[in-house]
Design a protein around this ligand. Structure first.
Ligand SMILES: [Zn+2]
Ligand SMILES: [Zn+2]
Length: 298
């Protein structure tokens, strides 16, 4: 599972890069073939947003010939009477003066020789077969759809990853024997619009444990605290929501310990009355979970 997650995260990136590369290669080759400015059109096709450059290219290119000599496959122009490479006759010519003529002409406009209406001895140039354009158009339509499906599958799969969250409502008294924690609390700014947290990360056997000890300076407002955790392909998150309101119970515990066990270390997000508030997080190298509570995690 841990190997699959980064692979799945790379796929959308590859597809997003892949489409412009496909379009760029196609436009470069096609423009070159038609005698258009290949480098300029490639840049326009790749860099213009929402494929507008590519669409403009497809419109403009139709006035440039993409004809091939039926005998030797060389690139020929619509005006050519004969192939410059192999000499194959590409257009009917007047038997009198060799002026190129159209099939429905009855008289040569140059030398007035009557024309039979049927000219032989020439093979018209063939249009180059263009199968790669269809592939590109399918990719341009299908890849965003596949990406969309992938995002849906990934977001649904986030519910299948097992994670657990333990929350404890504590006071400073619980840590009176841990001077580094009481010192940290004393050093915190007494600003009730902010929160502070110590984090401790550990993990073994693919289970990542993250403990946050969160301190929010009390302001005597009645406060409710809710904690929840979410875990998915792109990471784990612990959400702690403080809600203040007169109808709530007074919140006296100034410390909250949250421990998440998941396949990844969890990030912390704190909100006050549904608005995300600043949390000053300091990582420590000692276990924050109290010894007498640790057994509850297993
Ligand atoms: Zn030829
Ligand atoms: Zn003629």
């Amino acid at each position: 599972m841990n190997i699959l997650a980064p692979l799945l995260a790379i796929i959308p990136f590859l597809l997003v890069i892949g489409i412009p590369i496909m379009i760029g290669v196609y436009v470069y080759k096609d423009a070159n073939y038609r005698g258009m400015n290949a480098a300029l059109w490639t840049l326009i096709a790749i860099l213009a947003p929402a494929f507008t450059g590519f669409i403009v290219y497809l419109i403009v290119r139709s006035s440039y010939s993409n004809l091939n000599c039926p005998a030797c496959d060389a690139h020929v122009s619509e005006q050519y009477t004969a192939c410059p490479k192999c000499g194959a006759i590409l257009k009917a010519v007047c038997p009198g003066c060799s002026f190129p003529i159209e099939p429905d002409w009855t008289v040569c406009p140059k030398c007035t020789t009557p024309l039979s209406g049927q000219q032989y001895g020439f093979t018209p140039p063939a249009q180059k077969k263009d199968t790669s354009l269809g592939k590109i158009l399918i990719a341009v339509i299908l890849i965003p759809l596949l990406l969309f499906a992938l995002v849906i599958v990934l977001s649904l799969s986030s519910f299948s990853i097992s994670s657990s969250l333990n929350t404890m409502y504590l006071t400073e008294d619980h840590y009176e024997n841990q001077p580094q924690i009481t010192e940290w609390i004393e050093a915190c700014n007494e600003d009730p619009s902010k929160t502070y947290a110590l984090s401790y990360k550990s993990g073994r056997n693919e289970i990542m444990t993250t403990t946050y000890l969160i301190y929010r300076p009390a302001n005597d407002a009645y406060t409710n605290v809710e904690t929840k955790s979410k875990s998915g392909w792109f990471g784990a998150k612990i959400q702690v929501d403080f809600t203040e309101g007169a109808e709530l119970y007074p919140y006296e515990n100034r410390l909250i310990s949250v421990t998440s066990k998941s396949n990844k270390h969890a990030d912390l997000k704190v909100s006050l009355n549904n608005k995300t508030i600043d949390c000053d997080i300091k990582e420590v190298d000692y276990n924050l979970a109290l010894v007498e509570f640790t057994e509850e995690y297993d």
